[in-house]
Design a protein around this ligand. Structure first.
Ligand code: BDP
Length: 617
């Protein structure tokens, strides 16, 4: 799906700003048919939850309404007029005056409506957007809604982060010609010094397609005709981690010599491959350093904010991080474009977090019901998951920064039914994008002995909290178990392995000379312990600390105004651990620490169950 951009033939109006806002009111059954009766306004983009002091708004489960008037530019006669919402979390309904023009399920991917037949150039229309925050057993992510004794609806869910909702990304109005480009796919390869760029263009009408590749200075370096083809770029400059280089693909639809539509898609020339136990970018082993992140800031919740975008990337660079995972949902497209321009590598994740009823069983990992069954997560859930995967890949396939898809976070991959659930999704992802490796982040209860899906994937991503949730405060025992665990995975599957989550909650300002959980020193020692183990494992390809910054969660007794595993506070101040990581990562400079195999534990350490997890399926 093409991101709206102004081009020779397309114009773009940004609809961000303050919109009228109200939560659904049973007395106003059709709020889109007139002016929304409210004294509230909400900024777009922003989650709405933390804006107001009224708990009824924060705790509301169901639809909220946004409204504004929009004037269609008078010069757009004869053009198609399109409304584009970058996201409506988790479901959106869009009305132009009294007409429903779009409905979309899935909170983190864009959708559009062609509204040409409902509006007139030069005239205004009333734009009303309904957004629902409901999560059920058939949404991704899943959740459930219950009703309290006094009749209030309550939302629960199986993920840690707060269920922020609303219009957290931009809304656009744009024009495109009647005969237009509808999609572009770019896949790059390298032969010697030559960049090989396979492209394919989808268009609304059959007509001549011309493509031109421009280098970063705007000079034409290759050109071709036809809706599919290959461009060769001599003496190519590669897109490299830490050294981004972008070309532009200018795609034109022609009628004779007349350009009837034009669209420019930036791209980078790079290759990605898993070979043996290595992850290769441009044929060279790549070692991931960085974080699992969240889109999360005070007041605006998941609202996209360019100031935080720039600052977060500065902090990534400062810490020596070369990558991050979009845990646990696709991030705003601006983030991926910025990663493309700044040479930061991205593991791009779907919103499939919480497909695991085992987490309700606490550390036993035995949930009240099986995760995959007709009554719990079923074919309908799987169909929703497939749709999320389609929309993620359609949106992000041309980003050079994206080197791997993560299909899910911490699913119950140890339970019966996991293989039947995931195998078709893996197959779908490979059809949609045969070029990028696939992974999922494995939960603590999924071990190398009971996991049912790891062999379907290319990279093993492991979430582990030895020394935090288990062996709390006992880093010596944690170290042995972690090593046994990781070595078990390597031996069982023979694939590259990375740590997709490891972390310890930390209160800034809390200090101790002992191994005291929550202290800044403990977070540092915890990370050091993990790093000692990682450096002893040959097949190890990377480390993503949980989390980049503290973030808001749902209420819970082990959360203090949110999750405190951030290496930075929620307002991006470094905890001591930030300096620990900086010292290590700037020293590594993107390459793997030399493996020191001396401390291999005996067979027994590898297979001994973690006492706290005993009984886990
Ligand atoms: C992992 C989840 C992550 C949580 C983290 C934690 O993947 O979303 O925030 O644990 O507990 O299980 O901090």
């Amino acid at each position: 799906m093409l991101k709206p951009r102004p081009t020779l033939t397309r114009e773009l109006v940004n609809l961000d700003g303050l919109w009228r806002f109200a939560i659904e009111d049973a007395n106003v059954p059709r709020p889109w048919t007139g002016a929304l009766e409210t004294r509230l306004e909400a900024p777009v983009p922003s989650s709405y939850n933390d804006l107001y002091t009224d708990p009824e708004i924060r705790n509301h489960v169901g639809w909220v309404w946004y409204q504004r008037t929009v004037r269609v530019p008078r010069g757009w006669a004869g053009e198609r007029v399109i409304l584009r919402l970058d996201a409506a979390t988790h479901e959106g309904k869009v009305y132009v005056d009294d007409v429903l023009v779009a409905r979309h399920v899935g909170g983190y991917t864009p959708f559009e409506a062609d509204i040409t037949d409902h509006v007139s150039p030069g005239a205004e229309f009333r734009l009303t957007v309904g957004v629902s925050n409901e999560l059920t057993s058939t949404t991704i992510p899943p959740g459930s809604i219950s009703v309290t004794q006094d009749g209030r609806r309550q939302q629960t869910y199986l993920h840690d982060f707060y269920n922020y909702a609303g219009l957290a990304r931009s809304v656009w109005l744009y024009s495109k010609p009647e005969r237009h480009i509808s999609d572009i796919t770019i896949v790059t390869g390298v032969i010697g010094q030559t960049g090989v760029v396979d492209y394919s263009v989808a268009a609304s009408h059959e007509t001549t397609v011309r493509v031109r590749a421009l280098d970063a200075t705007g000079c034409e370096v290759a050109t071709a005709e036809g809706s599919n083809g290959t461009l060769s770029i001599e003496a190519v400059t590669l897109w490299q981690p830490g050294a981004a280089y972008l070309y532009d693909l200018v795609v034109e639809l022609l009628d004779g010599e007349e350009v009837i539509d034009s669209y420019t898609e930036p791209f980078g020339v790079r290759t990605v491959e898993v070979r043996g136990t290595q992850f290769l970018i441009n044929g060279k082993p790549f070692y991931f350093t960085g974080f699992g992140k969240h889109e999360d800031t005070a007041v605006r919740g998941k609202g996209h904010d360019n100031a935080y975008l720039v600052h977060d990337f500065q902090l990534l660079e400062w810490a020596g991080a070369n990558s991050f995972r979009t845990s646990h949902y696709p991030y705003a497209e601006e983030v991926l474009e910025f990663a493309d321009r700044n040479g930061i590598v991205v593991v791009d994740e779907t919103a499939a977090v919480g497909l695991n009823l085992g987490v309700q069983g606490g550390l036993t990992g035995i949930g009240p019901k099986p995760t995959f069954s007709p009554e719990t997560f079923n074919h309908e859930t799987q169909a929703a998951h497939a749709q999320h995967l389609r929309e993620l890949i359609a949106r992000d396939k041309n980003h050079p920064s994206v080197v791997m898809w993560s299909i899910a976070n911490e699913p119950a991959s140890n339970e019966e039914g996991a293989r039947e659930y995931f195998e078709p999704l893996v197959q779908l992802a490979r059809e949609l994008d045969p070029t990028r490796p696939l992974t999922y982040a494995a939960v603590m209860f999924a071990t190398f002995q009971n996991d049912k899906i790891a062999d379907l994937f290319d990279v093993l991503s492991i979430n582990r909290y030895y020394g935090w949730y288990v062996f709390t405060g006992d880093l010596a025992t944690a170290e042995q178990y972690l090593e046994g665990d990781l070595r078990g995975w390597v031996q069982a599957f023979g694939k590259p392995i990375m740590m997709s989550e490891y972390g310890a909650d930390t209160m800034p300002g809390q200090h101790s000379v002992w191994d005291m959980p929550w202290s800044e020193e403990y977070q540092q020692s915890y990370l050091d312990m993990n790093h000692r183990v990682f450096d002893r494992i040959e097949a190890f390809i990377g480390e993503h600390v949980w989390n980049f910054a503290d973030f808001q969660t749902s209420n819970g007794i082990h959360r203090v105004d949110g999750n405190r595993k951030g290496v930075f506070t929620r307002d991006r101040k470094p905890k001591s651990a930030a300096h620990t990581l900086r010292a290590r990562w700037t020293g590594l400079n993107g390459s793997k620490p030399s493996a020191n195999e001396t401390a291999i534990p005996d067979e027994e350490t590898k297979t001994r169950p973690v006492p706290a997890l005993e009984g886990a399926k």
